[in-house]
Design a protein around this ligand. Sequence first.
Ligand SMILES: NC(=O)c1ccc[n+]([C@@H]2O[C@H](COP(=O)([O-])OP(=O)(O)OC[C@H]3O[C@@H](n4cnc5c(N)ncnc54)[C@H](OP(=O)(O)O)[C@@H]3O)[C@@H](O)[C@H]2O)c1
Length: 281
Amino acid sequence: MKILIFGNGYLGNRCKDVWKDEATVSNVHVVSKHDALDEIRKFQPDVVLNAAGIKGKPNVDWCEDHQLETIQGNTLMPILLAQACQEVGVYLLHMGSGCIFYGDSPHEDKAWREEDFGNPRPVYSRAKWAADLVLTTLPNVGIARIRMPIDWKPSESNLIDKLASYSKIIDVENSVTIVDDMIDVFHQLLEKKATGIFHVSNPGTMKHRELLGLYKELVDPNHSCEWISNDDLVAQGLAKKGRSNNFLSNTQLAQFGITIRPVKEALRDTIQKYAQAKKRG
Ligand SMILES: NC(=O)c1ccc[n+]([C@@H]2O[C@H](COP(=O)([O-])OP(=O)(O)OC[C@H]3O[C@@H](n4cnc5c(N)ncnc54)[C@H](OP(=O)(O)O)[C@@H]3O)[C@@H](O)[C@H]2O)c1
C-alpha cells in the first residue's frame, strides 16, 4: 500500500517511522485544492492520511486568539484535501479529535458514541468538529478521532512528558490513545479504506494519577506534583479555557474486525518502553 501523509508534524512522522517505505510525508503547506492535487498526482498514493492540523503553540490556548489560522488548518485544509482526494478517487483518512466532546454524554454509561454530535466550546475543538461535520457527508472518507496521545517516544506532544513537566495537575479521568496502537489501527483503516467515524482510543479510561503513578514507579521515583481540581485550572490562570475531559466509546472499529488493547495493559507497556527510551537517551 502506498500512503501519502499530509502533516509533517509529530503524529504524521510517528506513522512514517513505523510504515517506513510504504509512506511518504508531504512537505507541502496546503492552502488550495491544487496544492493537494499536485502532491497526490506526484506520489500516486493508494490512500491519503491527513495528519495536518493546528493545535496551538505552546498549547491549545493559542487557538483562542488565532481563530482564522486555526480554522484554516483544522477546517478549510481538510476540506481542500478532501476535494482533491474526491477528484482523483483516492481514499482519505482524516485525523479528528475526541476533544470535540465536553463532559458526560447523554448515554447511561456517560461515553460518547461516534455518531453523537459534538458540544465543543474552544476554537480548536470547534474547528475540528466543523471538519468532521462536513467530511462525514462524503464517500470514501474515514475520520479517526484520537485523544491525548501517550507514546513510548519522548516528545513535547506526548502526554507523559506534558504531565511529568507540570507542577500542578488536574485530577481527571479520560479516554486516551496509545500511539503504537493508533498507528496500527490507522494502517488497518487505510488498508480497508474504512468509511465512517472511528474513535481510536484504548478501551477503558485512565486517570492522570494512574499515569503519574506508573511514571514514578518506572521512570522517576522522585517525581512529585500538586493535585488541583478541574475548575482550578482556569481559576488559577493555568489555562484560558477548561480542557475537554470525556469517555469515548469505540464500537465502530469492531465492524471492520479491528481490536485495540485495553488501556491498562497498553499504558504500563508504554511507560516501561518510555523508561527504556529515556535511559538510552
Ligand atoms: N497531538 C494531540 O494531542 C492530538 C490530539 C487529538 C487530535 N490530534 C490531531 O492529530 C493531527 C496531528 O497532530 P500532531 O500532534 O501531529 O500535530 P503537529 O505536530 O502540530 O503536526 C501537525 C502538522 O500539520 C502541519 N500543517 C498545519 N497546517 C497545514 C496545512 N495547511 N498543510 C499542510 N500541513 C499543515 C503543521 O505545520 P506547522 O507546524 O508549520 O503549522 C504541522 O507540521 C492534528 O489534526 C491534530 O488536531 C492531535
